[in-house]
Design a protein around this ligand. Structure first.
Ligand code: AMP
Length: 402
């Protein structure tokens, strides 16, 4: 069973081809600058030379055609024919209240994804382009959609409602949905497995901190609260996103600076966060380097980022009336031992005992970074959202076949 996983953005398309017999990656790659001049396709077949091709790729249809050509190329390919791809799994950002789990693509699924365009105007239309392009190039091959929001559909009403007029929920479904669900799901399960403890018994706080970031309270294996809201702007301070702020700031600043809705949206999503406070970069590596050199703006950005993350961990400990395990994942969570140390050294009231040596170890596998006696176990678990998509696709497709 070979499964192609596709993550379509508005001008990009990432792919990964899995052999599900052993969950090995046969090839992966990326098409960038779709719709612009000189699009770039980078193809990385396992065990063979990487290939980079610059050409004009005006739409997702052509991007998929080129990817399929690479996968079956005599020299750089890994398959004899595209018939060897048994199913395709797509990442879709927003599943709204329609999707509590991954789903097979059919007419009804597509209608619902389209109905959610308003809630994810940048992401869902891009995913739809990927689905349509796959249909055109691989007719008859089953497709599955895996949603970033689905894992959080278990949140209780008290966690997902905003304290604003109910009519806005009734009319427009304004509520909290969360994101990074595939990652929070994957790392919480992997943590229970690593600790050899039943997931049902555990209170876990998962910190997915990369370019975007979110924290989730996972109780008994289900998401009971998460820091992202109706959109991925709420919650933690991120690379370029503000995270939580007083909503009154929005009309105030719009009025003072005569900003349009689009401009204020762009300010909060693309020109805030680490980038705005440091004035140098949205990348945590640059912020850490700046802080080490004594740059006051980088130091403030770093301190705010850590402080806000720590407050969410405290808040979710209260939400679950306790915590057994804290998990760090994604770019910053997996790689920044300094940030983890700073967070954990400020959470000693929870009985956390950091193992400083273990915290410095770099590895692609799940690992413990607290002492065995620590009251709360803290793990670093590398996330793998593509693998979750491939597994869900496999499960759903096998379900229909069988
Ligand atoms: P992601 O969105 O999960 O790919 O994470 C990307 C982010 O991870 C980058 O923007 C960096 O800020 C961060 N990152 C990657 N490597 C390191 C590192 N060694 N130390 C600190 N941050 C890192």
């Amino acid at each position: 069973m070979n499964i192609l996983v596709i993550n379509s953005g508005s001008s990009s398309l990432k792919y990964q081809l899995y052999n599900m017999n052993d969950e090995s990656v046969l090839a992966k790659g990326l098409v960038e600058r779709i719709g612009m001049d000189s699009s770039i396709l980078t193809h990385k077949p396992t065990g063979k030379q990487d290939v980079t091709e610059v050409s004009e790729i005006l739409e997702h249809n052509t991007a998929i055609r080129k990817v399929l050509a690479c996968l079956t190329d005599k020299e750089h390919g890994v398959l004899a024919s595209i018939d060897e791809i048994n199913a395709v799994g797509h990442r879709v950002v927003h599943g709204g209240e329609f999707f509590k789990a991954s789903a097979l693509v059919d007419a009804d699924t597509k209608t619902k994804i389209r109905q959610l365009f308003d809630l994810a105007p940048l992401h869902n239309p891009a995913a739809m382009m990927g689905i349509t392009a796959t249909e055109v190039n691989m007719p008859g091959v089953p497709q599955v959609v895996v949603f970033d929001t689905a894992f959080h559909q278990t949140m209780p009403e008290k966690a997902f409602m905003y304290a604003i007029p109910r009519v806005l929920y009734n009319k427009y479904k304004v509520r909290r949905y969360g994101a990074h669900g595939t990652s929070h799901d994957f790392v919480s399960k992997a943590a229970a497995e690593y600790l050899e403890r039943p997931l049902e018994d555990l209170k876990i706080i998962t910190c997915h901190i990369g370019n975007g970031g979110s924290v989730t309270a996972v109780q008994g294996g289900i998401s009971v609260d998460t820091s992202m809201g109706m959109t991925p702007l709420e919650g933690l301070m991120m690379g370029t996103r503000s995270g939580d702020l007083d909503p009154a700031i929005v009309p105030y600043v719009m009025n003072k600076e005569e900003l349009s809705v689009g401009e204020v949206n762009s300010m909060l999503n693309k020109h805030s966060g680490l980038l705005a406070i440091s004035g140098i970069s949205s990348d945590m590596r640059d912020i850490e380097a700046g802080a080490e050199k004594g740059d006051p703006n980088s130091t403030l950005a770093y301190d705010m980022y850590e402080y806000r993350l720590r407050k969410y961990i405290g808040s979710y400990t209260a939400a679950m009336n306790g915590v057994d395990v804290i998990v760090f994942t994604a770019g910053v969570g997996e790689n920044s031992s300094k940030l983890r140390e700073k967070v954990l050294k400020n959470l000693t009231f929870l009985g956390i005992e950091l193992d400083e040596e273990a915290n410095k170890v770099r590895s692609g596998d799940p690992r413990r970074i607290t002492t065995v006696n620590s009251k709360v176990q803290v793990l670093v678990v590398p996330t793998n959202e593509e693998l979750v998509i491939a597994r869900d696709t496999n499960r759903i497709v096998q379900g229909i076949n069988g």
